[in-house]
Design a protein. Structure first.
Length: 272
């Protein structure tokens, strides 16, 4: 029986197949801060990869925990599955930098003592296998915007860094970075009209609390653009504040859930 013949409650949603996985290997691992590692992967299969907009995403396929070799999954119309029917270990990240000449891709991964990608990054040695699929959607910077507000937690630092490198130098930029530990601070790209505020979570505050408080007090002149990313429930609260309390135009804001509290991979830096 085809999916079209199945009862409505049993139909499987057929989704467009993501870009193919390109096999890569770890080239090097650098410490950006005590809580952020930059993992550079490379390989000839990255030839032809094009990342045209900032804050885009790529999928990172890792070996399963019980295997050292990488097994490429197959797309079943709804999700990727391994030959034995298990789900592969896949996390989604902002590609910090891609060098098409060297065929090298930089990923920045939050180290927090848990999560598959975090553990992999801490243990990764040159030659370790992985695979990359993408890119996914990025962000189009409006050069005519009056100004920008960027807000995110540690997982959004790579994307906010790219945006700071892309926003026109004459536009004012408010940047709010929520961190769970002072060690997460690191230099961000210079922008002549950017003001950066590091919002530290204290006293057992929940993810997103410090970022929400900063945005609630921020000035948003007419013609501004807003970009926000972080924990899913936290950014949903920010979305309601912008669109319902402030009546901020939806077309001028991009609010993205990068990770979900309590889910595997929680806080790796994933943009899922």
């Amino acid at each position: 029986m085809s999916s079209a013949d199945q009862p409505p409650g049993r139909r499987q949603l057929v989704r467009r197949e993501p870009p193919r996985f390109r096999e890569v290997a770890v080239q090097r691992v650098e410490t950006r801060s005590p809580r952020l590692l930059r993992v550079t992967v490379a390989g000839p299969e990255l030839d032809g990869l094009a990342i045209e907009r900032p804050a885009a995403s790529v999928r990172l396929l890792l070996p399963s925990s019980d295997q050292s070799d990488l097994v490429r999954p197959s797309w079943n119309g709804n999700e990727f599955l391994l030959p034995d029917g298990r789900r592969p270990v896949i996390r989604t990240f902002t590609p910090r930098h891609f060098d098409p000449a060297a065929l090298e891709l930089d990923l920045e991964i939050v180290v927090h003592g848990g999560g598959a990608a975090s553990a992999w990054a801490e243990a990764a040695q040159p030659g370790a296998p992985a695979a990359i699929s993408g890119p996914g959607r990025g962000y189009t910077v409006d050069p005519d915007a009056e100004g920008f507000l960027l807000a995110g937690d540690e997982t959004a630092i790579p994307a906010m860094s790219q945006l700071l490198e892309t926003i026109p130098a004459e536009r004012p930029v408010q940047v709010y970075v929520e961190i769970a530990d002072p060690a997460a601070r690191l230099p961000l790209p210079d922008h002549p009209r950017a003001t950066v505020r590091w919002c530290e979570l204290t006293g057992g505050a929940a993810a997103g609390d410090a970022m929400f408080a900063a945005i609630r007090e921020a000035d948003l002149p007419d013609g501004s653009r807003v970009w926000v990313a972080g924990e899913a429930a936290a950014v949903q609260r920010i979305r309601r504040h912008l669109f319902e309390d402030r009546r901020f135009p939806r077309a001028r804001a991009a609010v993205r859930g990068y990770w979900k509290h309590g889910r595997a991979g929680d806080g790796d830096g994933s943009t899922d």
